[in-house]
Design a protein around this ligand. Sequence first.
Ligand SMILES: [Zn+2]
Length: 98
Amino acid sequence: MRTIYVCIGCAANYLPPESMTYPTLGLTASTAHCTKPGCAAAVREAVAMSGLPEEKLGELARRAVGLEGEPRRPRQNKRAARGRRAAASPGGGRGKLR
Ligand SMILES: [Zn+2]
């Protein structure tokens, strides 16, 4: 399966060629930004500010939107959704005497 990337500059999803190059444009595809000039600049700035490599920032962006890593799960406990605490599990409480 090919990887779908998220642009850090404009939040667009993009699918670069598998070769990671755009021969007609003479550009190399990035894992962190689309081909808009402003987005490349935004990522350069993000790299400078965070000290993280471009690839890592791209990965974090993909995780943030759910394209990479564990799929987001809906809330499972309906009681919690109504604003009540779930029943305590045996030995799971944090009492003052412990
Ligand atoms: Zn972009």
